[in-house]
Design a binder for this molecule. Structure first.
Ligand SMILES: [Zn+2]
Length: 86
């Protein structure tokens, strides 16, 4: 099924045609992957709640994050991340 056919089928399903076949993806068995990586949200250094990325500066290779729980803000450079995870 190409992209055009998948979009048409999705549109029909949204319009109530439930017998239209969906994509062949088993979303029930899919598990989220939480691998650490530079540029991804990391745990808050203060309370360990998962942070939220505010911005990624690719030129300076830094990630700015904040904690949605305690409000702590921190910056993690790629060099620091590599040193912490190697
Ligand atoms: Zn926190």
């Amino acid at each position: 099924m190409n992209l055009s056919e998948r979009l048409s089928a999705a549109k029909l399903r949204r319009e109530g045609f439930e017998d239209v076949p969906g994509p062949d993806v088993d979303v029930e068995s899919a598990e989220p992957v939480h691998s650490p990586g530079w540029g991804k949200p990391g745990p808050c250094p203060r309370c360990t709640t998962m942070g939220e990325v505010d911005f990624i500066d690719l030129v300076r290779a830094i990630t700015s994050q904040h904690c949605p729980s305690c409000g702590f803000e921190w910056v993690l450079s790629r060099a620091d991340f590599d040193a912490l995870t190697s």
